[in-house]
Design a protein around this ligand. Structure first.
Ligand code: GAL
Length: 653
């Protein structure tokens, strides 16, 4: 494992995404000087520059990139160099027009923006390898280059899944490897239903463009295949970088609220997990309530960034992660794009530090006055005058210098998340808007409102040291989780639909929760999804959206006024029969927290905590001043106990 300069034990670094190709060369040295003055030590470049690196097929123009890297190096900046495979140039697309991805309606995703490639196209895969090799041969050992980024945001703009003929051919090969003979596939998928049996693998098409829904087992296989194609595409680049750039970290930048491929699988091949944090864009674009969208319009919902920090830290056993792109001001891509409250850029930066980030890199240095993102802020305005984000980056750099290394994030609560859980709930939702990802987010948010420290972990992760394990919604439960839970003495909360499907998308013969019945001796006899307003009312909570009807030997714990059971327990295990979110989830997780003897806090609206080492970080996401409750102790190192809007308070001891 590479653990060079970026590894933990050093204080978090700050960096910026920079596009020297957007600016006159005469400006580069001044830019680099100003970056260093702002407290930045890393600069991420190159990820969209293919047409400038190779303007004609096979003709490379390295001069400008050599000089850009040299300029940044002279200023003392460490460079993170991206492979440019998210933006194949026009000449390449014209040479192999069938390399573009095909959408679910069968339409090609044409040239003129970015990510216009199909992960399964062998010709494009070879081109991606070729340009990566060319870059790695030239810069692999360059002393200024401390890390590499593969491609950019796999799957952005809905591109991880392609319905091309290349994908269909590769899917058939994948099916042969998984099922060996077509009779096995037919039996596994239940294809005798609706006469869907195949006589050979060559008869299997992709699951789009069917009259009504395709077989969910077919979809799940295709989702797994599509994810594996992303993994293989990434791995091809990683292998080249490993061979040619020894001692440098390899990173990829993931996105927010995105599950189109298995991020745990991609993370296994890289050194450090990056992710791109746009709290205001995500609040506006995703399914937050109108009240939250307004209350947090300039701050972002208090759990958006934290949820992803903890999710991506959990993707690697060594927990190495970065914010590869940090929102510095208004973005351009959501339906509404407000400016952050003054102080939020600093707050977001320090929240990443509290969750163990090694680097926060702002997107971007200077707002480019042309093309698609001309209304997207940078740390500088297009006229090179400082935008508000620059002073906040500088302020965060000063805070980091005062605090030094953050210390290890605390190990208290493990929340289990798997990507195929979200695929299964998307393929067969059974009710509108019921997604495993959002079940995880809502459980996370509930516990964060209690001031708990949460790790989001994959199913194979050791549960040693945790007091509470929460499984919000895990339809397919892998054996490694069953084994881990069997030896776990802490409290467990299992959410609805968990253990309700086999690996091949069938109801298990013993009924849900299937392989979890060793822990929780119940059978889910039938399930219901509930339309808005159809609720069961309990004392201070309601059953909404979903109900697992249960028989067996567990004890009813949460009982609605009409006798409907919302939650069960057996020993140290609880089962939540309703959809996560709202007061019922708060009540169930609150009970489990108390039984786990975890310290919790009654936090005012919008206040959040995170412990790292001996420090407690407190963040005020609300638009008014809030006071830290007396239950939060320690000597104030930064800020004050009365936190202004966007305020941060760091305590020790
Ligand atoms: C990210 C992307 C960047 C830039 C940014 C704008 O998704 O990686 O290249 O487009 O969004 O917010």
């Amino acid at each position: 494992m590479n653990r060079p300069a970026e590894a933990s034990g050093t204080a978090m670094r700050l960096g910026v995404c920079y596009y020297p190709e957007h600016w006159p060369e005469a400006q580069w040295a001044d830019d680099a000087t100003r970056m260093v003055e702002a407290g930045l030590s890393r600069v991420r470049i190159g990820e969209f520059a293919w047409s400038l690196i190779e303007p004609e097929p096979g003709t490379y123009d390295w001069g400008w990139l050599d000089r850009a890297i040299a300029t940044l190096e002279r200023a003392g900046l460490g460079v993170i160099l991206g492979t440019p495979t998210a933006t194949p140039p026009k000449w390449l697309v014209d040479r192999m027009p069938d390399m573009v991805a095909i959408d679910a309606e069968g339409r090609p995703r044409g040239f003129g923006s970015r990510r216009h490639y199909c992960f399964s196209h062998a010709g494009y895969r070879a081109e991606a390898v070729r340009i990566t090799q060319a870059l790695a041969h030239r810069y692999g050992q360059h002393p200024a280059i401390v890390a590499w980024q593969t491609d950019n945001e796999y799957g952005c703009h809905d591109t991880a899944i392609s319905y091309s003929s290349a994908a269909r051919a590769a899917f058939r090969v994948w099916l042969v490897a998984r099922y060996d003979d077509v009779a096995t596939l037919n039996a596994a998928w239940g294809n005798r239903f609706w006469s869907m049996e195949y006589r050979s693998f060559a008869e299997v098409d992709l699951p789009n463009l069917t009259v009504t829904e395709a077989n969910p087992a077919h979809w799940l296989a295709f989702r797994r295949f599509s994810s594996d194609q992303v993994v293989a595409f990434n791995r091809a680049q990683v292998e080249i970088l490993r061979a040619n750039a020894p001692g440098r970290d390899v990173m990829h930048n993931f996105m927010g609220f995105f599950t189109q491929f298995d991020h745990h699988d991609v993370a296994a091949d890289i050194d450090v997990v990056g992710w791109d944090s746009y709290p205001l864009g995500f609040l506006d674009s995703f399914r937050f309530s109108p009240e939250d969208k307004l209350a947090y319009a300039r701050q972002g919902h208090p759990d958006i960034a934290a949820f992803h920090h903890d999710l991506y830290r959990g993707c690697r056993p060594d927990g190495r992660w970065w914010v590869a792109e940090q929102q510095p001001g208004p973005v351009n891509w959501s339906a509404h794009n407000p400016a952050p409250l003054p102080g939020m850029v600093r707050l977001w930066t320090l929240e990443a530090m509290a969750h163990g980030a090694e680097l926060v890199s702002y997107f971007r240095w200077r707002q480019f006055p042309q093309a698609q993102e001309q209304n997207h802020a940078g740390l500088l305005r297009p006229d090179s005058v400082a935008a508000p984000g620059l002073a906040e980056a500088r302020a965060a750099a000063d805070d980091i210098a005062r605090l030094g290394p953050a210390g290890e994030p605390a190990r208290k609560v493990a929340l289990v998340f798997a990507y195929d859980a979200d695929w299964i709930t998307a393929i067969q939702p059974q009710g509108k808007g019921l997604s495993a990802l959002w079940a995880a987010f809502d459980c996370y948010s509930s516990m964060r409102r209690m001031g708990l420290d949460i790790d989001i972990v994959p199913s194979g992760h050791s549960l040693d040291g945790y007091a509470l394990c929460v499984i919000p919604c895990l339809p397919h439960v892998p054996d490694n989780l069953v084994r881990e839970l069997a030896g776990f003495a802490g409290q467990v909360v299992i959410g609805p639909r968990s253990g309700s499907r086999t690996a091949e998308f069938a109801i298990p013969p013993e009924l849900a929760p299937g392989v979890l019945q060793g822990l929780m001796p119940i059978r889910v006899t039938h399930v219901e999804s509930l339309p808005p307003g159809l609720i069961h009312v309990g004392p201070g909570w309601t059953i909404e959206r979903w109900l697992d009807h249960v028989e067996g030997d567990a004890t009813a714990e949460f009982i609605a006024d009409d006798g409907t059971v919302a939650g069960w327990y057996h020993g140290n295990v609880r089962y939540l029969a309703a959809w996560p979110g709202g007061a019922l989830t708060d009540a169930v997780l609150g009970r489990a927290t108390a039984d786990a003897r975890l310290e919790w806090h009654a936090l005012p609206e919008g206040l959040r905590l995170r412990r790292a080492g001996s420090r407690t970080f407190a963040f005020n996401y609300s638009a008014r001043a809030v006071e830290l409750p007396d239950s939060v102790g320690g000597n104030v190192l930064i800020g004050e106990r009365l936190l202004p809007p966007a305020g941060v308070c760091v305590l020790d001891g």
